[in-house]
Write a protein that binds this ligand. Structure first.
Ligand code: NDP
Length: 445
């Protein structure tokens, strides 16, 4: 495989799509040897086919504010690859959303979903709509207008969206309500649904729980555990709160959370009722980071900084892409970090990943660490198809096993000659092989 030729071609076709190009390069670099050892992949054009989405829908989303103004946002759905199952991946509502970001997320999703061992292809979608500061009625009208366009293109066996940044249980509810009305069907077309209407227990906390299960396995390779470890988290959204809760349950102390304008350091630990308080603030659409420091005076708010300057044993970036750069990585290593487990998608820049690898830090990439979210979405799809509900214990046990299996797949495919586990390589190779072989079986389509 001529990696540079493929990347040059892609850069020419999609100039400026930096997140997408970054994600493709990372995957191709780590699967290069496997592709070279398997000439059948090259002759079937697997690489050229896997790096381009099957199709992209883009549409305008006009909606009306509470004071009668018409606003037009942009909406997208990217159906990337369905070799092993229906397209599956979240919807992101955030002003930064553009095609490059959604294509990077959709591309990553192919390998993540393959790692879960469940039958799910890769997709992603979203809008540049900003839910912050909007009333519930405005969010509802926006979600309805978004679904009015999207519903033709999705379905329980075609494409099954879920949540992501800016899309939680409330938004999934509004989106589902409109789908149901238009399609005249009550079916598992979205995941992250409410418990009373087809949702799965444990789905809200699954990504964070899964990320901590994965970190636990990483530490176990060093005969260590989370007990007594100091954990630095970024963000405090769908992923971070589950991670904070599970890490605390397993004996760690979570000392930071963050938002776009800075981070909170709480040396006493962010657990129990403090997490409940943050969730209440989140549910009422309020800023969460600053009020926390007013409510718990031992905590300090550090304006304009990332939490990576804090001394910790385990770092879990759970906010957004490229939020942890080379300087942050160097600061973490200097402070003795043992394990970095990415709750978010691609939060570490390539230079930061290099620092972790060079210093033999346990580094788990998002596509492996945060796969518990989509895995539990897969479990929600199964429950919907079978029209049954599993108990929380049953779902959690399945999730835990899936995370252990993903970890094992990374160890199997990513252990280097000196015994260091390169989880990036392991996750990319394991995720790729299943999809590539399915594509081979299915011919040139
Ligand atoms: P949420 O919107 O629930 O939370 C995101 C959190 O990150 C919020 O606390 C937000 O703060 C903060 N944040 C957002 N942008 C920035 C920024 N530029 N700088 C610092 N903080 C920021 O999203 P999710 O928790 O769902 O998603 C977080 C990450 O995890 C994303 O990368 C997503 O793709 C990934 N992921 C999510 C899954 C899920 O199940 N939800 C599954 C797998 C991956 P504020 O609210 O104040 O803006």
């Amino acid at each position: 495989m001529d990696l540079e030729k493929i990347m040059n071609g892609l850069e020419q076709k999609h100039p400026g799509e930096k997140e997408y190009l970054q994600a493709v390069r990372e995957v191709l670099e780590s699967i290069e040897d496997v592709v070279n050892e398997n000439p059948q992949f090259e002759s079937a054009g697997i690489i050229e086919r896997i790096i381009e989405p099957d199709r992209i829908f883009s549409f305008k989303v006009p909606w009306v504010t509470d004071d009668g103004r018409v606003v037009v946002n942009l909406g997208y759905r990217i159906q990337f690859n369905n070799a092993i199952g229906p397209y599956k991946g979240g919807l992101r509502f955030h002003p930064s959303v553009n095609l490059s970001i959604l294509k990077f997320l959709g591309f990553e999703q192919i390998f993540k979903n393959s790692l879960t061992t469940l039958p799910m292809g890769g997709g992603k979608g979203g809008s540049d709509f900003d839910p912050k500061g909007k009333s519930d009625a405005e969010i509802m009208r926006f979600c309805q207008a978004f679904m009015l366009e999207l519903w033709h293109s999705i379905g329980p066996d075609t494409d099954v969206p879920a949540g992501d940044i800016g899309v939680g249980g409330r938004e999934i509810g509004f989106l589902y309500g409109m789908y149901k009305k238009l399609a005249r069907e009550h079916t598992g077309v979205l995941t992250g649904k409410g418990i009373n209407w087809g949702g799965s227990l444990v789905r809200p906390e699954a990504t964070g729980f899964g990320a901590v299960y994965f970190a636990k396995e990483m530490l176990a390779t060093k005969n260590d555990s989370l007990k007594g470890k100091i954990v630095a988290l970024s963000g405090f959204g769908n992923v971070a709160w589950g991670a904070a809760r599970k890490a605390t349950e397993l004996g760690a102390k979570v000392v930071t959370i963050s938002g776009p304008d800075g981070y909170i350091y709480d040396k006493d630990g962010i657990s129990g009722e403090k997490i409940d308080y943050l969730l209440e603030l989140r549910a009422s659409n309020q800023d969460i980071v600053k009020p926390y420091s007013y409510e718990f005076p031992n905590a300090i708010f550090v304006q304009g900084k990332h939490p990576w300057e804090v001394k910790c044993d385990v770092a879990m970036p759970c906010a957004t892409q490229n939020e942890l750069n080379k300087e942050d990585a160097l600061a973490l290593v200097k402070n003795g970090v043992m394990c970095v487990a990415e709750g978010a998608n691609m939060p570490s820049t390539p230079e930061a990943v290099e620092v972790f690898h060079d210093n033999k830090v346990l580094f788990g990439p998002g596509k492996a660490v945060n796969a518990g979210g989509v895995a539990t979405s897969g479990l929600e799809m199964s429950q919907n198809s079978m029209k049954i509900n599993w108990s929380a214990k049953e779902v959690d046990e399945r999730l835990h096993n899936i995370m252990i299996n993903i970890h094992n797949a990374c160890v199997k495919n990513g252990t280097e000659s000196d015994g260091y586990i390169n989880y990036v390589k392991g996750a990319n190779i394991a995720g790729f092989l299943k999809v590539a072989n399915a594509m081979l079986d299915q011919g040139i389509v």
